[in-house]
Design a protein around this ligand. Structure first.
Ligand code: PEP
Ligand code: MG
Length: 369
């Protein structure tokens, strides 16, 4: 077994000498970050902060979103900030010296709101007992106002950041404070701040301005300079088509090919297993799910447009991909060809991505294709 491990290591280090594409990982815990680093990841390409708000913290996000006034909202933000700061401190430590792309909150809202049916039942039970449950009634009205038929196309990402005052600023402050603290302790944190679901440059412009202000405040207060890049995901077709405008406010792009596939095909990500999908595979409309392997003719064209327009506007724009396709061998060849700087994939797919990136650099055809 030792011999096998040694030869795998030899092959992978040879691959590293040959490849041009960088390989990062999608990770949102220190454990995953450390594991990915052992597998050879050269940083984090996507840290999904919404995963940090599940479990016990779900309640705080619920409070924040449903807050009825500034005071309630601020209390929820104040409770969340130190927790976020600790999350980032641990991740910066695990990825010391390597870039960490932190994506600001992008939750499908329904995962954080109380269940509408459950609330309705509670109200009905109270009524049947002859009294009105005022608290639940108020909550029910608030949840109804936010209820969406298509949460994945709804109040997510930058939209939530624009609608909930202080939310993104709280996250940026936590990132900046964690980075300053690490730097003061002799570490080398390399934060990159990523705005999700941008479709119009104005969305990015607004969040960028707010983020830069917070970064400057924290750095001045801590008397520690932090050089944090600010960039965006390109995952809404409109963002790819207007990438030249968007690049003026972004130091990097990361293509979110999961959402880009959903929105380009008009297929719901949540219903990929829907009946028609199998029929499409059976009839050969596509050979493999476009959510697994990049559809070059549609989604790939949008990626190419985004790359060309983005680089034309900003030649030093850093370009990556962090959708599931970042770890798919066939897609890695496409990303090499289109000129991305890096792919980002789950920790366990990092070695495959390193190997496939080398094969792409050598101009090798995909094995078996
Ligand atoms: C994407 O959309 O490709 C992406 C990486 O973001 P998420 O899967 O979290 O929406
Ligand atoms: Mg996405």
């Amino acid at each position: 077994a030792d011999d096998l491990v040694r030869s795998v290591h030899r092959i992978l280090s040879h691959a590293d000498e040959v490849r041009r594409l960088g390989v990062r990982t999608n990770a949102d815990t220190p454990e995953d970050s450390a594991r990915a680093r052992r597998f050879g990841a050269e940083g984090i390409g996507l840290c999904r902060t919404e995963h940090m708000f599940l479990g016990d913290r779900r309640q705080l996000v619920e409070k924040l979103i449903l807050a009825e006034g500034d005071e309630e909202r601020q209390a929820a933000l104040d409770a969340l900030e130190p927790l976020q700061k600790q999350d980032f401190l641990e991740i910066f430590e695990a990825m010391d010296g390597l870039p960490v792309t932190v994506r600001l909150l992008d939750p499908p809202l329904h995962e954080f709101l109380p269940d509408l049916t459950e609330l309705s039942v509670r109200v009905a039970v109270a009524e049947a007992k002859g009294h009105a449950d005022e608290g639940t009634l108020r909550l029910l009205a608030a949840v109804r106002r936010l209820h969406e038929q298509n949460p994945m196309l709804g109040l997510r990402g930058v939209r939530l950041g624009l609608v909930v005052p202080g939310l993104f600023a709280m996250q940026v402050r936590a990132i900046a404070e964690a980075a300053c603290e690490r730097r003061k302790a002799g570490g080398d944190p390399r934060p990159e701040i990523m705005i999700p679901l941008v479709g119009a440059v104005q969305e990015l412009e607004a969040i960028r301005e707010e983020s830069e202000k917070v970064l400057a405040e924290v750095c001045a207060h801590a008397d520690t300079p932090i050089d944090a890049l600010i960039g965006t995901m390109i995952e809404v077709p409109r963002a790819a088509l207007t990438a030249d405008e968007i690049a003026e406010y972004a130091e990097f792009f990361s293509f979110g090919t999961n959402d880009l596939t959903q929105m380009t095909w008009g297929f719901s990500r949540d219903d990929v297993e829907a009946a028609f999908f199998h029929a499409y595979l059976d009839k050969g409309i596509f050979g493999v799910s476009p959510f697994e392997s990049l559809d070059r003719d549609g989604v790939g064209r949008l990626v190419q447009i985004g790359v060309e327009k983005g680089r034309a506007a900003r030649p030093d724009l850093k370009l990556g991909v962090c959708g599931e396709h970042g770890g798919d061998p066939d897609s890695v060849h496409f990303f090499h060809d289109v000129g991305l700087d890096y792919v980002s994939c789950s920790p366990f797919r990092v070695p495959v991505a390193r190997l496939e990136a080398a094969r792409a650099a050598l101009g090798a055809e995909r094995a078996g294709s």
